[in-house]
Design a protein around this ligand. Structure first.
Ligand SMILES: [Zn+2]
Length: 143
């Protein structure tokens, strides 16, 4: 289920995001959480926004994902995305992980079937060798 062109710009990780993308490269969706108070956060950052602790642990998303919001993009934001339009940009949340949210895409989901709160399944795309991106499809449709 590849939907991204190979020449699509890929994430340019800052120092705090490197570990998140390393987990993705291993096809594990992991979110940073506070080792002191347990709050889950994304994107990764150097301290907890709730208690200011710098102690971190990583928690894996267990597949309990649901759609928070979405939009259909008809005008590509980069020339490489011209063949990919229309595509769906989505904010996915993980209720079991403090409702942490991830900006991503829905793939293989017709826009007329998308509903806020729908259950989603994680799928991985590798548009470039070694660049592995988390995407989502309707629950039960992952392949
Ligand atoms: Zn904390």
């Amino acid at each position: 289920m590849i939907s991204l062109p190979a020449d699509v710009p890929t994430p340019q990780a800052d120092a705090w995001e490197l570990e998140f993308w390393a987990h993705c490269a291993a096809r594990r969706l992991m979110f940073q959480s506070c080792a002191a108070c347990g709050r889950v956060r994304h994107p990764p950052m150097p301290f907890c926004p709730a208690c200011r602790s710098t102690e971190v642990r990583w928690r894996e998303a267990d597949g309990d994902a649901q759609l928070f919001t979405w939009t259909v993009v008809h005008h590509p934001s980069h020339p490489s995305l011209v063949p990919a339009v229309p595509y769906i940009v989505a904010v996915v949340e993980f209720p079991a992980l403090d409702h942490v949210r991830l900006l991503t895409n829905l793939v293989g989901v017709p826009a007329d079937t998308v509903r806020i709160g729908m259950a989603l399944s994680l799928v991985w795309e590798e548009p470039k060798r070694g660049v592995v991106l988390p995407r989502f499809t309707a629950a039960g449709d992952a392949s």
